[in-house]
Design a protein around this ligand. Sequence first.
Ligand code: NAG
Ligand code: NAG
Ligand code: NAG
Ligand code: NAG
Length: 326
Amino acid sequence: MLLSNLITVATTLITSATAKNILLTNDDGWAATNIRALYRDLRAEGHNVVMVAPAVQMSGNGGKIQLPQDTNLPQDALFDYPPAGSPSWGHEVDDMNVWYFNGTPAACVMAGLDYIIPNYFNNMTIDLVLSGPNEGDNMGERDFVLSGTVGSIYYAIERGYPGIALSGANGNNSFFKDNLSDDPTQAPNINSRKTVELVNAIFDKQGDNPRALPFSTGLNVNFSPIGSDITTATTQCDDLTFIQTRMTGSNAQVYEIVYNSTTNLVSSTSILSEAVENCLAGDCSLPSDFVVTDACYASITVFSIDADVSSTLGGDILSKFDSIIS
Ligand SMILES: *[C@@H]1O[C@H](CO)[C@@H](O)[C@H](O)[C@H]1NC(C)=O
Ligand SMILES: *[C@@H]1O[C@H](CO)[C@@H](O)[C@H](O)[C@H]1NC(C)=O
Ligand SMILES: *[C@@H]1O[C@H](CO)[C@@H](O)[C@H](O)[C@H]1NC(C)=O
Ligand SMILES: *[C@@H]1O[C@H](CO)[C@@H](O)[C@H](O)[C@H]1NC(C)=O
């Protein structure tokens, strides 16, 4: 056998050894450019990807479970793709692996795990659930509780699956048929490339372990502004560096509303808050994931779905009302 053939065989073996089954969703909708770029690139790596994502824009829904109320779409899907009156869920005509579902992101994960994969994919085992990359970063506790991107992932983790929430600083809501290009300098392609890098690194380390990440844990990943297509892109930055971050810490923010007496309307804005800067668990020396806003990072926050406090702090709090505890 020629050496080049041997190399081809070896590469094929390596690829198939790490090829995994991935469930992919987002909150911006199945027709968004970011998720289509990631789908394309995960498939190109040999992974078996099933995408089940909302029919319409579903940002800000957290872990809300909202199911279709009808057998057909009462309104046009995002970018009219597909139009009102189409079934409440369906797949691309030429690709059985790409589905929309008229529900929230968490509901899309449910639809994938409990209906689409059992019925259309021979109930295959899902190795990893991914959500995003979201159009706009999801940083800190602020977004952990409200982001549909993150909410779909903590739902997946509640079901026992390893999950990763992904968010990009490219906030534009764009239709994949207009905006999906192969230009490696564009934000959707950069974020997708970094995601594939991360996912493959995790799968490589997984080896024979049945789980990619420990039970009840997940990752929240945010990409700094980068890309030839976004004006807010960090200057002097042609690649993102992965760093470990945490959900609370210095510069973490929360939303507040501001009342305008001229318009009699309110708008929301972000402010600093000591409460979300406070470190109660984990490595307090890590920076908050808000560092991605003015740097050149792909931040990775490791979280668990166990939100209980430490036993010391819990005991301290309990002592304030222990007369009523049996
Ligand atoms: C699919 O597989 C899971 C896990 O093995 C099992 O609990 C479930 O009953 C199966 N569902 C169907 C519809 O076969
Ligand atoms: C996306 O496509 C639309 C329609 O073709 C275009 O107007 C817009 O500028 C594009 N945006 C980007 C970021 O390329
Ligand atoms: C959104 O798209 C427009 C048009 O392509 C571009 O000028 C702008 O920088 C984009 N903004 C972000 C945040 O991606
Ligand atoms: C209130 O709204 C008006 C009209 O849009 C605007 O001109 C003004 O700057 C706003 N005031 C504040 C304090 O944001």
